[in-house]
Write a protein that binds this ligand. Structure first.
Ligand code: ASP
Ligand code: MG
Length: 311
């Protein structure tokens, strides 16, 4: 949905005009996080990261041209500041200074794409929109199954932020957060939809829409099953099963923050906004076929253990 300036420019049309408050959570521009992960790896391996950094910088500055004509304008200056900070982090990462800061620095490198895209999105949406760096409010800690939200701390920080900024529309960085000690972290790859569900909970949203590039949740991977169909509706439990067992459309943790409040989730296609998408809610009517979806986990070995003491 954030492939280029044209796509970012169409954001405003996707946001409902009549909602009381419209928090928009953005992921990085397409391909950016992969590029940032590669830059971090290159820096750590002693490979020159500057050409990759420069390509990413050019791409973002050119995208900004669509929203601000003068190259020295505030949007361009802000992006340059982000890229200068990224270069410093990559430099430190390459030289291995302050190993205690290693994880937070790497998280900052990986999460830089959302800092950039949120500024572009804010420029596209207009001067009335605020920008919220999720690291200012979202407190998480790492656990075996991924990042776990500290709801009380996050709720309190968001309340403070809203007092200072007023109840206005806001663009929020997906993917990034901080831990209880204030160190930068991320919610894991593809974590932006999880971020969106967390903010839907924190803002007491009536509904959550996830804009992606497919028409909704498909009954199977269309590359393997050409006659896969888009599902109209499914329950949280059904969606969780599919996500957990490999369906790429949802991060496995996404639904928990909205499921606890019964907030309906709609998966929609930003390239085909006329399509209704898939509605995920507490209950879903049975589909035409008893099996709603199939997903596949690759490269799994099954071990059979046999012994006298085992039945
Ligand atoms: N930008 C992050 C990633 O690519 C988060 C996301 O897009 O969901 O993993
Ligand atoms: Mg994504």
């Amino acid at each position: 949905s954030l492939a280029d300036a044209a796509h970012i420019g169409r954001l405003a049309a996707l946001v409902p005009a009549d909602a009381r408050l419209r928090p928009v959570v953005v992921s990085a521009m397409a391909g950016t996080t992969n590029a940032l992960v590669a830059l971090g790896d290159a820096a750590a391996a002693g490979v020159d990261w500057k050409p990759g950094w420069e390509a990413l910088r050019q791409r973002h500055l050119e995208t900004a041209d669509a929203f601000e004509s003068e190259a020295g304008g505030p949007l361009h200056v802000t992006l340059e500041t982000e890229f200068a900070a990224l270069a410093r982090d990559l430099q430190d990462h390459a030289s291995g200074v302050d190993p205690h800061a290693h994880d937070a620095r790497l998280a900052r490198i990986h999460g830089c794409g959302e800092q950039l895209s949120s500024r572009l999105a804010q420029a596209a949406l207009g001067p009335d929109w605020h920008r919220l760096d999720a690291r200012e409010v979202l407190v998480v800690h790492a656990a075996e199954m991924g990042a776990v939200v500290d709801w009380d701390a996050s709720r309190a920080r968001l309340a403070t932020w809203r007092l200072a900024h007023g109840a206005r529309d806001v663009v929020i960085t997906g993917f990034v957060a901080r831990d209880a000690d204030g160190r930068d972290t991320t919610l894991g790859r593809n974590g932006s939809d999880y971020s969106a569900a967390i903010f839907a909970n924190l803002f007491d949203a009536d509904a959550l829409t996830i804009w992606t590039d497919v028409d909704g949740v498909l009954s199977a991977d269309p590359r393997l099953v050409p006659d896969a169909v888009c599902l109209d509706a499914m329950s949280y439990a059904e969606a969780c099963e599919l996500a957990y067992f490999g369906a790429k459309v949802l991060h496995p943790q996404t639904l928990a923050p909205v499921q606890s409040r019964g907030t309906p989730v709609r998966i929609r296609n930003s390239r085909n906004p006329a399509a209704p998408g898939t509605l995920i809610a507490l209950e879903a009517a049975p589909a035409a076929s008893p099996v709603k979806g199939l997903s596949l986990v690759r490269d799994v070995a099954v071990l059979e253990l046999v012994g006298n003491g085992l039945v």
